[in-house]
Every structure is written in C-alpha cells, then in structure tokens.
Design a protein around this ligand. Structure first.
Ligand code: SAH
Ligand code: SF4
Length: 396
C-alpha cells in the first residue's frame, strides 16, 4: 500500500501515469490530501467512483500515530509521534500574532552528537520517511483546524464555507480548501526539530517540495527555513535543488571551540562552511543567512568571543539569532546569564549585525530547542527531571 503522504508532485504524477490516468488527477488528489486534509480516499468526491475504488486498492493516507499531545501555558503545542521501534519524534507548533510556525523533525535521534543537544545525546536511530516528515505538517494543520484555530487566530467555525463532508478526529467539520484561502493554521515551517535535515537529504528534499508545491501546502520559500549544523556537500545540493531560507548553527567563532561543540566541524571546518553559505546566498530566497548561536555560560559567551565572531563573518550577509541554552540533565553546561547574553548581543549589533535573542517557548512541556528527546521510554525520566532543573531565563 502506498502512503500518499510519501509522494511529492513528481511521484504522484508517476503514480497516476502508472494507473493510466491523466496528469490532472495527481493535482486533484494532492488538493484533497494536503489542502482539504482528508484521511480517506473515499472522501474525494470529485474523483469518479471507479477511480476511487482503484485508488483505495493501491493507496492510503496514513498520518502519524500520536502518542501525546500537550499544550504549554504560552500556547505552544507539542505532539509526540510514534515512529516505531520504541522511538518517537516531536513536532512543535508555535503560535505568534502574525503567523503559526511548525518546528518539524527530520530524524529519530541524530548522529552528529553536538555536546549541548539532547537529541544528539540519544544517538541516531533512523531517518524519517517523506511521509513521516510531511505527515507532521498534515497532522498539525488538521489538528489545529479541528480545534478551530486558523491562521488569523479567529475561530475557524465562524469562517466555514459551505460544502464538504470530511470530519476530524474530534468531529469538527473539516471542509474547505483552507490553504487556498490563506487560512491554514501553519504559515511557516522550520526544519529545526529532532535530527540533522541535511543528513536525510533525499527525503527532506521531497518533503520541502511538498511544502512549497502550490497544489499542496503552497508555502513560499521564505516561509520555510532549514537549519543545519553544516553538512557542506548537502548544503550545495540544497542550493541547486530547493533553496529555502537557511539557518546555520554556528555556536563558535573559531575551529578549536567549534570542533568541541559541533563535532561535524572537524570534517567541514568554518572556512568551508562559510564559503558554502556565500554560495548558497546566490540562490537563497532571502539575502542573508541566519546564524544560530547557543549561549553557553563561560564557554562561548564572552565579549571577546563576540568580537571574534563578528570578524569571522564580516563579509557575509547575515543575521544572528542567539539561543539561550535550554538545559537537560547531565549535559554539563549552564545557560548564560541574561546580562551576558545582552552584552554579547551589543557587541554584534555594534559591529552592524542584526541580532535577535530567541524567546524560549514551551519550556514547561519540554518543547524548547534542543529539549526534544522523543523517546517513548524516556518520558518518565523526563517528567521526573522537570522539578530539579532550573528554567532557562526568558529573554526578549
Ligand atoms: N540539526 C539541525 C537542526 C535541529 S537543532 C541543527 O543543528 O541546526 C535546532 C537548533 O537548536 C540548532 O541551532 C541547535 O544547535 C539548537 N540546540 C540544540 N540543543 C539546544 C539546547 N539544548 N538549547 C538551545 N538550543 C539548542
Ligand atoms: Fe544533531 Fe542539530 Fe542536535 Fe547537533 S544540534 S546533535 S546536528 S540535532
């Protein structure tokens, strides 16, 4: 059985060609799956009954298996999704005034073993399939619509157009081509969940294609951001295949420190990574790279290190996003104090770089950056550790 969530536009076209059907069928079915968000081939009412029967015999729409669904005090919502073998991944919805962002995972675990990251700590389990990546967006849009959340924050039920029969898990109507009308709850995607997206290149690329496809989610390239720790050859491929907005996890301004914090730096050192960033900018939908920099007390947060960083990227159009480190047990790091983060920010700003400090979201449900562990077995231990671990300061 083919899972329709596994297919990008080219795959879907090939699938219908294989059935001896016209190419427009692929688009029609894509609208049903990704815009009307149905989970049943039988619900595709403008597809002939005969074709629906053939389709039902060969394909299904199989979304993720939800292990838990938790909403934080600030509205951040996290779904833990079972990916088999005792593993789970997390997907996180972050509502803001003018957008709804979904933070998507690309791997169960991660092999790159960055010293400060809890996903890295758990090791690598496996690559997610395209269906498991696309399924996170499909599921979040469905779940949010079912709860009456729309892109503009107004209750969706007030805006319901007539027609349609599909029902959500909770029984709320899910009828319209929400996305065509600009009201899908998720307006932005960040590939910043568990895993290194460029280490699962082919599947991530197919999923990005579905996110951008006007017959599917229709997101613009600037509303889709991929974050990488710096796999240089794959970054060049992304530039040629599907250049979305780029975030690069820098975390250090020299190779000696970055070798320690981000071990992949030993293979692709800073000079090679920054050269790849410049090449990427030829095609990028934005004219800058966002450099992410996790703030670790006494490790990489001294003013002199900010000066070193500014000099390093002097010639690259970029912005900085400073991330207060989110703690997890046994990591051996502390979050930089707020004053030190602000001082670091000032040095970068004075050097002419736009520098934001990431607001910590969803901490109370372990949904903040780098807190995504995602193992079903880990959940008891993680619940216990919530008490002794001090919360990261909330910096704006
Ligand atoms: N593997 C990719 C994307 C996932 S991580 C990457 O490394 O870029 C998303 C961001 O969260 C990265 O910048 C990562 O360095 C950062 N991060 C990881 N662990 C963190 C933690 N404990 N606290 C804050 N940020 C963390
Ligand atoms: Fe992997 Fe990114 Fe975590 Fe590093 S920071 S271990 S690349 S998920």
């Amino acid at each position: 059985m083919i899972n329709l969530l596994d297919l990008d536009a080219a795959d879907l076209a090939a699938f219908f060609a294989g059935l001896g059907e016209k190419p427009f069928r692929a688009k029609q079915v894509s609208h049903w799956v990704h815009q009307r968000l149905v989970d049943d081939v039988g619900a595709m009412t403008d597809v002939s009954k005969a074709l629906r029967g053939r389709l039902a015999a060969a394909a299904q729409i199989r979304g993720p298996a939800v292990v838990s669904d938790t909403t934080a005090a600030d509205g951040t919502r996290k779904w833990l999704l079972d990916v088999g073998g005792g593993n789970a991944v997390e997907t996180v919805y972050i509502p803001e005034d003018d957008r709804g962002t979904l933070c998507i995972s690309s791997q169960a675990g991660c092999a790159l073993d960055c010293a400060f990251c809890s996903t890295g700590r758990q090791g690598f389990n496996r690559n997610l399939t395209t269906a498991e990546i696309v399924g996170q967006l499909w599921h979040a849009n469905r779940a949010l619509l079912a709860d009456g959340v729309s892109a503009n924050g107004r209750p969706e039920r007030e805006l319901l157009p007539p027609g349609g029969k599909a029902r959500s898990a909770k029984g709320a109507p899910m009828t319209a081509p929400w996305i065509e009308q600009g009201r899908a709850p998720i307006t932005n995607v960040v590939m910043m969940g568990m895993g290194e997206p460029l280490a699962n290149y082919d599947r991530v690329r197919a999923a990005l294609g579905v996110f951008l496809d006007d017959d599917a989610y229709g997101l613009s390239r600037r509303r889709v951001t991929l974050s990488t720790s710096g796999l240089v050859p794959a970054l060049d491929r992304l530039r040629d295949d599907c250049p979305v907005a780029l975030a690069v996890s820098l975390h250090a301004g020299n190779d000696a420190l970055r070798d320690r914090l981000v071990p992949i730096n030993r293979k692709y050192p800073l000079a090679a990574l920054l050269a790849a960033c410049v090449r990427y900018l030829d095609r990028a939908p934005r004219d800058f790279v966002t450099f992410e920099y996790v703030m670790l007390d006494g490790v990489n947060d001294a003013p002199a290190q900010a000066h070193e960083l500014a000099a390093l990227v002097r010639d690259i159009p970029c912005k900085f996003n400073l991330i207060p480190w989110n703690p997890f047990p046994g990591a051996g790091f502390r979050t930089s104090p707020r004053a030190r983060i602000l001082a670091f920010q000032s040095v970068l700003m004075d050097a002419g770089f736009v520098t934001t400090i990431r607001k910590t979201r969803g901490e109370d449900i372990d949904a903040a950056c780098g807190q995504l562990a995602g193992r079903v077995q880990d959940r008891t231990r993680r619940a216990i550790r919530m008490r002794p671990v001090p919360a990261a300061p909330s910096v704006h």
